[in-house]
Design a protein around this ligand. Structure first.
Ligand SMILES: Cc1cc2nc3c(=O)[nH]c(=O)nc-3n(C[C@H](O)[C@H](O)[C@H](O)COP(=O)(O)OP(=O)(O)OC[C@H]3O[C@@H](n4cnc5c(N)ncnc54)[C@H](O)[C@@H]3O)c2cc1C
Length: 281
């Protein structure tokens, strides 16, 4: 009962629904407004093979549906939902299978970035398949290592999706303070404009988007703007209406709690909303 209430209150806004058909319907809605979907099947940190196998099968079905329905949609997978905690070679095999199948069906595959302790393995697995144009990887500006990661990815002409980071980080490894992560975002974005031919600016920070629009005029690079479903949707629409390439990250599936929790933490008005939910004194 409480679950259902919470699901409807918080998750419904950010998550397309439980099934592939829900993700396809949400993607079609975006396509009607000239936006592309980035579809993610929810789930992470799996230690059981059957959950990983279900995830791989679901992505395969999703790719088929995207192709069959001529939907403008990419997919975004997490390495820990493909079995990294069971074994790196197991996760690599699953990722390769999805990338090869998606490539045959002309569907683009993003690799999400998770907690800092999985970054090296995620990059290693990404690099082993980073040929051609149908794969891309997320880089987080709250990590100090990200500039060095971008330098090595520039040699592969990789597709990058730049984000601030959602998992939390210590000051030894990164910038726990949002203002510092934002400053580093500007530095990394500048590097992208100078050294990459195409990339995705994934943020709801309007100042950052404004700077990116100015830099694009100067450097003439292929830039896509990306936002999460349910956050600043009107702004995403207005960017698309002005002729910009815009993508929206569309999660679906049953495992909605970790994702919704991250969004809830970031909700700037969370305290106000939480207060309004408390019984009045
Ligand atoms: C397409 C896409 C893919 C992503 N993939 C990854 C990934 O693979 N790995 C990863 O670690 N992170 C990922 N993220 C999440 C990202 O790291 C940030 O946590 C998230 O985007 C919020 O940061 P921000 O850049 O919008 O900046 P912030 O400074 O956090 O927010 C800027 C402004 O946006 C608005 N806003 C932000 N979040 C919310 C919210 N939940 N509700 C209401 N308003 C909000 C607020 O007005 C806020 O002031 C992704 C984000 C996007 C858009």
């Amino acid at each position: 009962m409480l679950n259902e209430f919470a699901e409807r209150l918080f998750a419904g806004k950010w998550i397309a629904g439980q099934y592939i058909s829900d993700a396809i319907a949400a993607s079609r809605d975006l396509n009607r407004s000239n936006m592309t979907a980035i579809v993610n099947y929810l789930g992470e940190l799996y230690t059981e093979k059957d959950k990983v196998e279900k995830t791989v099968n679901t992505y395969m079905k999703l790719v088929k549906e995207i192709k069959k329905g001529k939907v403008h949609a990419e997919i975004s997978v997490k390495i820990t939902q493909l079995g990294l905690l069971i074994g790196k070679s197991f996760a690599n095999k699953n990722y390769s299978m999805i990338v090869d199948f998606a490539k045959r069906n002309r569907v683009f595959v993003w690799l999400d970035m998770e907690e800092h302790n999985y970054v090296s393995s995620t990059l290693e697995i990404f690099k082993s398949k980073a040929h051609g144009r149908n794969t891309g990887i997320c880089i987080q500006s709250y990590l100090k290592r990200s500039m060095s990661d971008l330098r090595s990815l520039s040699k592969l002409d990789a597709n990058i999706r730049l984000v601030k980071g959602a998992h939390g980080v210590t000051s030894a490894l990164g910038y726990p303070n949002r203002a510092d992560a934002t400053k580093n975002y500007a530095v990394l974005m500048d590097y992208l404009f100078k050294h990459f031919s195409r990339f995705t600016i994934a943020t709801h920070d309007l100042d950052v988007i404004d700077t990116a629009l100015k830099l694009r005029k100067r450097y003439k690079k292929e830039v896509t703007f990306a936002m999460l479903r349910g956050i600043r949707s009107d702004y995403a629409l207005s960017l698309a209406r002005k002729g910009n390439d815009v993508s929206v990250y569309v999660p679906f599936g049953e495992e909605w709690i970790p994702y919704s929790y991250r969004r809830l933490k970031e909700w700037s008005n969370f305290k106000l909303i939480a207060r309004s939910l408390l019984p009045t004194q």
